[in-house]
Design a protein around this ligand. Structure first.
Ligand SMILES: C[S@@+](CC[C@H](N)C(=O)[O-])C[C@H]1O[C@@H](n2cnc3c(N)ncnc32)[C@H](O)[C@@H]1O
Length: 288
């Protein structure tokens, strides 16, 4: 008997999926099984907890089983559903952009703390904008701020623009193709940068979810993982306004080294801030 004919209620479908996902070592099988079925049925995943008896059509069952099979091959959930929540906004995601990580919310949080006045007309730059998650989340909280997001990847810029449109922020955000800061002009009060920071050795050890499915240019940064910082930090002071601040994401164990690169380039590291797991994740950088 096939899976399709066994399961008729959401709860049954989900428990079959949970067993399959558990068998291949997926960390949060219950949650992911609900998210995937929610995306097929266009129902909030939490609904399946209170009403596991919800019925699925044959078409929904088939779609769901296909998604679970893809997840078993470690394709990220965001690629299967097309979306990922970040800063309570539902970002459209494809294989062209890095899946926004909760750790990166630390940068948005610290930038908002540094510029607490909601109505300030801030100028924001996001270097390596990807899905737009840093720039657009910040703009969503500061209604008079405007921003530019640059990326080398044209397909990433298209996704960032679509996200700006869907959050009704496209009148305050522009996107431009640029090799880091090459095509950028002007001064900015807030600069975000979450560059690639994985070394070539670390890349080999990444889980399949990331290594096989996420864009390499969003991850890899030379032999030591510091290449992008070495390219970008020497130019940052030129783009910072007098009281401006840059918020750089760093990988595990990189905070010290990236602080040293910043200071060697005449910048002040105002602080290092930890993510929700207590790992130093964000450097706030100013110019003299
Ligand atoms: C780690 S991802 C960050 C994406 C997004 N800002 C986030 O926080 O999820 C790094 C981004 O830098 C972009 N990138 C890589 N090399 C670049 C370069 N030379 N110039 C501009 N952007 C680059 C990648 O395409 C990718 O979107």
């Amino acid at each position: 008997m096939t899976d399709q004919s066994v399961c008729t209620e959401a709860g049954e479908l989900i428990s079959t999926a949970v067993s399959k996902l558990t068998a291949v070592g997926i960390e949060l099988p219950q949650l992911e099984a609900r998210i995937l079925l929610g995306s097929v049925m266009q129902i909030p995943p939490s609904q399946f907890i209170v009403s596991p008896e919800i019925k699925c059509s044959d078409e929904e069952k088939l779609k769901y089983i296909a998604l679970v099979e893809r997840r078993k091959q470690y394709e990220p959930v965001s690629h299967l559903t097309g979306f990922r929540e970040f800063w309570s906004l539902n970002y459209q995601i494809t294989s062209s952009v890095l899946d926004p990580r909760p750790d990166s919310e630390t940068l948005v949080f610290e930038a908002l703390k540094s510029f607490p006045e909601r109505k300030l007309p801030l100028r924001v730059l996001d270097i390596g904008v990807g899905s737009g998650c840093l720039l657009l989340s910040f703009l969503s909280e500061r209604p008079n701020a405007v921003g530019i997001g640059v990326d080398i990847s044209l397909s990433a810029l298209k996704i960032a623009y679509q996200n700006a449109v869907s959050f009704e922020l496209s009148n305050r955000a522009v996107f431009q193709q640029s090799n880091w800061l090459d095509g950028v002009a002007g001064e900015y009060d807030v600069i975000f940068c979450n560059p690639p920071y994985v070394s070539s050795e670390e890349f080999k050890l990444l889980h399949d979810d990331v290594r096989k499915f996420e864009p390499r240019e969003a991850l890899l940064a030379g032999v030591d993982g510091l290449e992008a910082y070495k390219n970008i930090l020497p130019h940052i002071s030129k783009f910072l306004s007098k009281d401006g601040e840059a918020f750089f994401e760093v990988g595990i164990n990189q905070a010290q080294r990236v602080s040293e690169i910043s200071e060697a380039n005449g910048l002040i590291v105002r602080g290092q801030f930890a993510d929700i797991s207590g790992i130093p994740r964000c450097l706030a950088i100013k110019k003299h």
